[in-house]
Design a binder for this molecule. Sequence first.
Ligand code: AHG
Ligand code: MN
Ligand code: MN
Length: 328
Amino acid sequence: MGEPISLSRFILEEQRKYKNAVGDFSLILEQIAFAAKIISREVNKAGLVNILGSIDSTNKSGDKQQKLDVYSNEQMIKALDPTGKVCAMASEEIEDMLPVSDKSLEGKYAVVFDPLDGSSNIDVNVSIGTIFGIYKRVEDSDCKKSLLQAGKNLVCAGYVIYGSSTMFVYTTGQGVNGFTLDPSVGEFLLSHPNIKIPQYGKIYSINESNYFRWAKGIQEYVNFIKQHPDRQYTLRWIGSLVADFHRNLLKGGVFLYPEDSKNKNGKLRLIYEANPMAFIIENAGGMAVDGKQRILDIQPEELHQRVPLIIGSKYEVELYMEYREKYG
Ligand code: AHG
Ligand code: MN
Ligand code: MN
């Protein structure tokens, strides 16, 4: 085994490739990784809360024990706000954008995140995650426009999965790299260099309880996948986008949360979920669409807008587009 490469060292070496880089961006990334470690620690002991009897208790500063998604949201903000490198943040947990507390700092980046994805899985010990995206600030006074950029303008996107181990996966547009948290040293270590998604897979991930609410094209697509002439597909649905995505990224296949008669634009959010994951999948050689167009081309109109998301290996995503074209 070679010597381990820590996330910090990797970030530094990446930074050195850019002559003009002053380290602002690296600091943001380091701080997100720091927040991830704190969240990871909290996620891992969540199951002990009842046993240790601290759910209704107050801590030393008098705060009530927090729900994990609120807690994660706070950790992300606390990690990013003092860097001075961010002009604003937008979080799935907060209605409006979040300006940084010290406006004089004029950070050059805007950060978006889903602090805890897969909330319904928290209480049952199933993998959950954190998703983030980083944009360069564009010329605007309050930074709102910088947060509402199309996904193709992302300069970095990543996620953290709190699974059987904690992993940090990210891309700056030149390959996707995965790091596994070694709890004994408290560092993320490079474990999955240059991740590429296979061109096709054997997994499809969709909440099939929505079958009778789908358009014909989606139903026909899933029917075809089940009787595919060339290979036997299998269905996997965890119910945490991060976990379903991570598995499919490594093994190949497709994740779908399309629109249905109840959720007209699907369920997932363009800014906090679809765009970062789409940026990652494209950098790993896969595709992400809403059924009609590339996710990364969509111009967001508001922070919390939802979008149908079909994301994964090229073959399965292209096939989906063909079925929608043919059957509607
Ligand atoms: P969040 O916990 O951030 O609100 O997101 C949950 C999302 C996503 O992680 C998952 O893929 C999807 O909801 C599951 O939806 P269903 O409950 O409809 O299966
Ligand atoms: Mn989510
Ligand atoms: Mn969430």
